[in-house]
Structures are given as C-alpha cells and as structure tokens.
Write a protein that binds this ligand. Structure first.
Ligand code: TYD
Ligand code: MG
Length: 488
C-alpha cells in the first residue's frame, strides 16, 4: 500500500517541517509554509533505470588523492562563444545546468536557439509551457534563412514549392510534463542533450503534490540529476525567478545542480547578460552578453562599443568608466543630472547602481570637496540598462556628478577607474592593466587611475609599466586632485 505523508514546506527556501509554522526557522520568512501531500509509491523506485540505484548500490571506498584517476572533463563546444565562455569552456558531459531568469527575459529563446544551432547532435527540447506549434513558430523566427524566404514567398506567391530546409534537424520537441513519460521517450531517442522548459511544470507520479511545489520540483530535479550523471548527458533546466530574485520556490535547486546561470537584463532594453552564479566546472564570475533582436539573440563580443553612445560634442554630466564585469573589461557610460530640488527633500535616484553607494559618494563630495549637494536632486543612470557592482565606477560617477553640478563637460576621450574611500582617497582597483588596455583599444586618450595602483603604493605589487601605453595614464591620490585636473 502506498503510504500518504503530509509535510509542510517553506515556499521560499524549501525547509521541510512536520507541522505548520508561522515563521520559517531557516530563512526567517513569515507565512511561507504550505501543506503538500507526498505520496511515495511502493518502495519509492526511482524512475531513471528503476532497478539500478536502489537495489544494487555500489559502495565506494575511500581513495587517497594521488590514486584518483583524473581525466579532463569532456566538453561540448557550442557555436555560441558567449555561452561557452559562461560555462567555463563548453558544456560538460553529464552536467546539470539551471538557467534562471524573470518571465519574458528570453530563456526559452536562448535554449531553443542553442538547440537549433547544433544540427549534428540529437537534442531533446521538453516543453511544459508551450505547444509544438508555438515552438515551431519561434524556431522559424530564429531561422537565419527565413527572412529571405518570406520575402520570396510574398513576391512569387505560393506556387513555387520551397525545398524543405534542413533547419531544425536533430532538434526534437516533446510537450510532456510527467517525468515518467519523459524518461520513456529519452530511453528511445537517446539524445545527446536535454533541455527542460521549465522545471516548475514537471511532475513526478511518485509525489502527489502539484507541479511547481517544492517537493515536486525537488523530486523532478533529483530524477533528472540521476539521469544526467548515469548517462553522461548534459541536461539544462529552465527555472523561473520570483520577484525578489530567487529561483521560484526552492532555493534548494541551486545546491543540487552543477551550474546556475542567471539570465538578466531590463526587458525594455535590448541587452541581456548571462551570468554564472555557481559553476562546478569553471569560474563563477564569467558572463556573456547578448542583444535581443527580432530574429533571436545575437552574441555581443565587444560590449564597450555598443554601451558607449556616439556624441559629437561633449556634454556635461557624462563620463566613461573602465569597469570589469566578471573577467571582462568593459567601458560603460554613466550619466548624472544634478538640479536644484523643488521640494524640501531632495530626490536621489540611481538606475543600475546601488543608491546607498550613491549617497555615500554624495556625502564624500560634500564633506571633502565642499560641493553643496545637500539640497540638490541627483539622478544617476548607467546606460544600456545594465547593473554595475564594480566599485571602480565610483570615480567616474563622482566626476559625472560634479560635471553636471558645475555644468562643465568632461574632456572627450577621457575615462576613469577608481574606487572612492570615505575620506575622499582614490583607492586601487583590481586588474588595472586590463582596464587601461581596453580604454586604449577603444581610442581613449587619457585614463584616471589611483596612484596606489602603482608600485610605490605597495611593495608586493607587480610593476606596471606606464610607458608602454599610448594612452596617457594619470594617477591621482584623492578626489580633489582629480577635480583640479579636470575643472581647473
Ligand atoms: P522568451 O524566450 O519566451 O522568454 P522566457 O522563456 O524567459 O519567458 O522570450 C520572450 C520575449 O523575447 C518576448 O517578449 C519576445 C522576445 N523575442 C524577441 O525579441 N525576438 C525573438 O526572436 C524572440 C523569439 C523573442
Ligand atoms: Mg519560456
């Protein structure tokens, strides 16, 4: 007989409890517990190769590290260079990758595009969200030859038969939500790669709670994990994200999978960033940049050129900062507007930047440099709809604020890379050489950096040879020095 068990799960962190609780002891959230019926079927036979793992479990013995046979992981390179980079150099065989992102950001598009780009592999795209027709329509939109075809069609009507193109070959679509049925199909098809869109729509018959609930998501992921490891097939899971940035419901998913990628961006802007949040097979600070076009996502291999707007005359309040996103140097344009406040309390708004950090910068500018910003509205904006966390952007932002305040434009072809400390000192930033090189590559004439980035700032610092740059590297110690040089 099947045994019915009821448990309560925290919808926010996945904490399991035998009775209902008002406050989750694990994540401290209130009112997050919901009742779920977990009905384990007889003996709880796992689905993937039902007999193997439970009945004849292989007991492992401890092995000394030198005796462990090490072989490079097998990696599958995709034609998408940004994707390979984020994964740490291609898809690892048998890895389970979770792709999270807000609804409508382009997760399905990204995965379908990936599936379509490798015609020599057998790829199974499992969708619990869209019908086959919908996916076909999306695929046609992504077909590079399609735009020309449709032009031809409209000219010559439909009399001429179009040869059935090879586009989409090797990409199998399965609209199914039961893991049991999915594994049946997988056994027949033997795909080289599996995509699940999305994990929240799957359900396993071993557990009797609704799809998307914590116990279902956990069970389905566990089954797919077992499949991925035993068959060495890479599996991609798409997961929705709740408003506060958590992979919906269970955070526990993040512990189970090998890699977590976050697909983010502003839906009203075209740029999308694919960021590795966790990666067992590579660096977790990598990111890939895409542009969402009418015909799918396009890789952006040189982000700086797009993030900088083209201007003919210098404007006040605009500066360029040499930042580092992950391992990648990127020049980013920041804009500031400082104006007299119409109301008693001045407004401070920052887009793409931490507001608290902006307030700190304003306080430093007021206290250390004597600018009266207390009664001013200050608006900061980082162009391109991206979010920057690199502290090296401080100097550029401060310069933008003062440039707008004084209404003096920053000279053309000038950029900045420095963190500002509470006493107004310019602090050293990491990988300064990479930043200088990027600025030089894009034709900048001068870059302001901290003098503490130079050898005199610390004995153990690597020597930086400034003479080998064509760009003028100006080193500064504090914020007043910068303004003296810029605004005289
Ligand atoms: P989608 O992949 O469905 O998002 P998700 O799976 O993350 O919910 O992407 C939906 C958005 O992308 C939708 O607003 C339309 C847009 N889009 C394009 O701009 N160009 C395209 O080629 C495609 C397929 C979608
Ligand atoms: Mg989708």
């Amino acid at each position: 007989m099947a045994k019915t068990k009821i448990a309560y799960f925290c919808q926010s962190c996945g904490f399991e409890s035998a009775k209902w609780l008002g406050k989750c002891p694990s994540c401290q959230q209130w009112n997050t517990f919901v009742e779920e019926i977990i009905e384990k079927s007889n003996g709880s036979v796992p689905d993937w190769k039902a007999t193997s793992s439970t009945t004849q479990q292989r007991a492992n013995k401890p092995i000394e590290i030198p005796d462990i046979v090490f072989s490079e992981e097998q990696r599958m390179l995709t034609p998408d260079k940004e994707f390979n980079r984020v994964l740490g150099g291609g898809i690892v065989a048998g890895s389970l990758v979770l792709i999270g992102g807000e609804p409508g950001i382009g997760k399905s598009t990204l995965m379908l595009q990936l599936a379509l780009s490798m015609p020599n592999l057998k790829i199974l795209y499992i969708s619990g969200e869209e019908s086959e027709r919908q996916i076909k329509m999306r695929a046609e939109r992504l077909d590079p030859s399609e735009s020309q075809n449709s032009k031809l069609k409209s000219q010559n009507d439909s009399e001429i038969e179009h040869p059935k193109s090879d586009f989409g070959k090797g990409c199998y679509i399965l609209t199914e939500t039961s893991t049991q049925n999915i594994f049946k199909q997988i056994e027949q098809l033997e795909p080289d790669l599996v995509v699940v869109d999305s994990i929240q729509t799957l359900h396993s018959s071993h557990i009797e709670s609704t799809p998307g609930s914590v116990s279902q998501v956990r069970e389905c992921t566990a089954e797919l994990l077992r499949f991925a490891k035993e068959s060495s097939t890479p599996v991609f899971l798409i997961g929705h994200i709740t408003k506060d940035g958590m992979i919906a419901g269970p955070k526990i998913l993040e512990h189970m999978v090998d890699t977590v990628l976050q697909f983010e961006g502003d839906r009203h802007h075209v740029y999308r960033i694919l960021r590795a949040v966790k990666n067992r097979f590579g660096s977790a600070s990598e990111l890939g940049i895409y542009e969402m076009l009418g015909e799918g996502l396009r890789e952006v291999s040189n982000p700086s050129e797009i993030l900088l707007s083209q201007r003919d005359e210098p404007l006040s309040g605009i500066t360029i900062s040499a930042t580092l996103e992950g391992m990648r140097p990127m020049l980013i344009e920041t804009q500031a507007l400082v104006s007299t406040s119409a109301y008693g309390t001045p407004q401070r708004t920052a887009t793409g930047f931490d507001t608290r950090r902006m307030n700190m910068l304003l306080a430093v500018l007021e206290k250390r440099c004597g600018f009266k910003l207390g009664a001013k509205d200050v608006f900061l904006n980082i162009t391109g709809g991206i979010r920057v966390e690199d502290p090296a952007i401080d100097l550029g932002l401060a310069a933008a604020i003062i440039s707008s305040h004084e209404d003096i434009p920053i000279p053309f072809k000038t950029c900045f890379a420095g963190e500002i400390g509470l006493s107004g000192e310019i602090r050293a930033v990491n990988r300064v050489e990479q930043r200088i090189a990027e600025a030089q590559k894009l034709g900048f004439e001068q870059i302001f950096i901290s003098k503490y980035n130079l050898p005199s700032g610390g004995k153990d610092k690597k020597r930086i040879d400034l003479t080998r740059y064509a760009i003028e590297v100006r080193t500064v110690g504090n914020i007043e020095e910068v303004f003296g040089l810029l605004f005289g």
